[in-house]
Design a protein around this ligand. Structure first.
Ligand code: PLP
Length: 438
């Protein structure tokens, strides 16, 4: 149906200027490979894998077939005191690629649910060990951890917190890791590891024994790809160990090959105690997320339940481990394995980052960052900071490219199946639009 015939009155769109959208809608009707097609039939290159969801490209027949077959076999099963073999199979398959030791998997449906589930697992673990006073979390400025109340509390982006301050939980924020010296750094910056010492300072100020854990995105994605300085994640790990805090990596964006390794924790050789994942778990086809943790954490929680006939964790969702999502995830993992897509991301990365860093001297570009198959383009702010990204995002759509925008930044994260020519086309469009003096 063409956009002109759509009734826009009823769907209240998320994270959208709905008033503007109704006037000038930018819509997709179909997708295949790294292309979207608008209702009017125009082709738009997908420069952000949707929202970092589709590394294997759109319209994967293998995933569609698996979803269809599962719907016709077992469309739904509750997972409260009931189960289906497929979720156990998926958890086992994930354990094969997860960071070492993180082989206990709890399922949910969105990244936000995974984050709040991870927080509850951390709190339950400390209580199980007799340290229930560890109820506070540490996170980082500029962090994004979804939009549920736990994730909103962890958030370090003002617009995501401002309206909701009355209901957030107790979180202390470290400084973000971007510094002026890092401008135009490709890969991990050499400087800034000492910013991890904020965690130690917070432990001293608030009392380490009041803190349950520290949550970070290994690469801060939603703010515009902020890559951790060399040594920073290692230092967080050491401080967390010193004070008995759990280290949680939110890998909702970085998971499933985005850095070239299956997970960023492996790429940076730092293993967290708890990890979240979503998005690319099903190649975006069906909502699904997961929390992975260690046997040590699970065993402590199970042991505290003792012989009592009760759940060990009072938490879960109607759609936890939905069988159709499990089928989509299993088919997705097959595609990643059979097409060696994580290796392909690693191989493609130097060329991709080269193309992105070729945008350096454009009038609207003030910083570039990147790692693996994700990059951030920082734009010169418009009259008021924070508005440029969406202005440019709209112009890029009109020029034939979809990318995610946040504040004054664009985030480019193409599918790993993109060809060299498609990556070039994406950067050509970026060059044309960002080359306009505004
Ligand atoms: N955590 C991180 C690091 C994310 O980037 C996101 C979404 O972009 C989320 C959590 C929330 O995921 P969802 O939008 O699926 O709830």
């Amino acid at each position: 149906m063409p956009a002109a015939q759509t009734n826009f009155a009823h769907h209240w769109m998320p994270f959208t200027n709905n008033r503007l959208f109704r006037e000038t809608p930018q819509m997709f009707a179909r997708a295949e490979g790294v292309h979207y097609v608008t209702p009017e039939g125009d082709t738009i290159l997908d420069g952000s894998s949707g929202l970092f969801c589709t590394p294997a490209g759109h319209g994967r027949r293998e995933i569609a077939d698996a979803v269809h077959a599962q719907l016709m076999t077992l469309d739904y099963t509750p997972h409260f005191q009931r189960g289906a073999p497929i979720s156990f199979t998926l958890a086992e398959r994930l354990a094969e690629i997860l960071p070492e030791g993180l082989d206990r998997v709890f399922f949910a449906s969105s990244g936000s649910e995974a984050v709040d589930s991870a927080m509850k697992i951390c709190l339950t673990y400390h209580r199980a060990r007799g340290e229930g006073q560890r109820s506070r979390f540490v996170s980082r400025n500029w962090g994004y951890h979804g939009v549920n109340l736990g994730g909103t509390s962890l958030a370090g982006m003002v617009n995501n917190r401002r309206e909701f301050s009355g209901v957030t939980c107790d979180v202390v924020h470290m400084r973000h890791t971007w510094t002026e010296e890092q401008r135009y750094t490709c890969g991990q910056p050499e400087t800034g590891a000492e910013l991890a010492d904020d965690l130690e300072e917070i432990c001293r100020t608030f009392g380490a024994d009041t803190i349950a854990g520290v949550f970070v995105e290994p690469i801060a994605g939603s703010i515009g790809t902020i890559v951790p300085p060399k040594g920073y994640l290692e230092r967080l790990r050491a401080i967390a160990d010193k004070y008995g805090l759990l280290l949680i990596f939110d890998e909702v964006i970085t998971g499933f090959g985005r850095t070239g390794s299956a997970f960023a924790g492996q790429e940076f050789s730092v293993t967290p105690d708890v990890m979240t994942m979503a998005k690319a778990l099903t190649n975006g086809a069906v909502p699904m997320s997961a929390v992975a943790t260690t046997a040590k954490i699970q065993d402590a929680i199970f042991a505290a339940a003792g012989e009592a006939d009760r759940p060990e964790l009072f938490h879960g969702y109607t759609y936890s481990a939905h069988p159709v999502a499990c089928a989509a995830a299993l088919a997705t993992l097959d595609v990643y394995r059979d097409e060696k897509l994580f290796d392909r991301a690693r191989d493609l990365s130097p060329r991709f980052l080269d193309l992105i860093f070729g945008l350096r001297n454009l009038p609207q570009v003030v910083d570039l960052r990147g790692y693996g198959m994700m990059a951030g383009i920082q734009l010169a702010p418009a009259d008021k900071p924070g508005l440029k990204g969406s202005l440019v995002q709209r112009a890029l759509f009109d020029a034939g490219l979809h990318v995610k925008a946040t504040g004054d930044a664009l985030i480019v994260a193409p599918a790993f199946v993109a060809t060299d020519g498609e990556l070039e086309q994406m950067t050509d469009i970026l060059r044309r639009v960002l080359g306009r003096a505004e």
